[in-house]
Structure formats: C-alpha cells, structure tokens
Design a protein. Structure first.
Length: 110
C-alpha cells in the first residue's frame, strides 16, 4: 500500500511514536519508494548523514538508481504543480532549487 501523499502534515505523532496516517484519498498500490521519496522531499533540514541518508539508502534498495531518478523527477513536478496552480509564482524558484539539490544528492550516490 502506498499513501502517495506522505508528508509531515499527514503523519500524526504522539509521545514520539506515529499513531496514525491521515489524508489517504490518493492511497493505492505501488512501490513504498514513492512514500519514501515524498518524505525525502520534506526532510531537507536534515543532513545526509541522518534521516536523509537512511531514506536514500532504502529508496535505492527498493527501486535502484533509475527508479529513484524517476521518483525524484515525479516529486519535483508534483511540487511545482502546487505553486503554479495557486498562482504562487514566488515559490517556484525555491521548489526548483530544492529539486536541483534532490537530484544532486542522488547523482552523488551513483
């Protein structure tokens, strides 16, 4: 099962433990690497030797480098869709910058 929108606002935590996932309208079948890539997108404040490194390692184990590249590109396009749709063009440069960082990290792991 893939949540398909697994981001911090959809994960409910109590006393340091995940107790629920909400907003499951996009859930369906697929690779768990989809959710891991979404979590990766939302963890840019974490250094690569922390959670980000663990996420990249798991994503690469599950789908390989080519699959990870496809999921990263998909995540970038999905994240660009929101500011464009909402007319928040001031946010696009930040999304593009984060997308470059995501792809640079992935390239460094090849």
């Amino acid at each position: 099962m893939v949540h398909a929108d697994l981001n911090p606002s959809n994960v409910l935590v109590r006393d340091g433990a995940v107790v629920a996932l909400v907003d499951i309208e996009n859930a369906g079948s697929g690779t768990r690497a989809t959710d891991l890539t979404t979590l990766m997108w939302h963890s840019f404040q974490d250094p690569l030797d922390g959670v980000r490194g663990q996420l990249w390692t798991r994503i690469l184990v599950v789908v390989g480098w080519e699959g990870a590249t496809m999921l990263a590109a998909t995540q970038i396009l999905l994240q660009l869709e929101w500011p464009i749709r909402l007319g928040r063009h001031d946010l696009i440069a930040g999304v593009v910058k984060r997308g470059h960082r995501l792809l640079d990290e992935l390239s460094a792991l090849r």
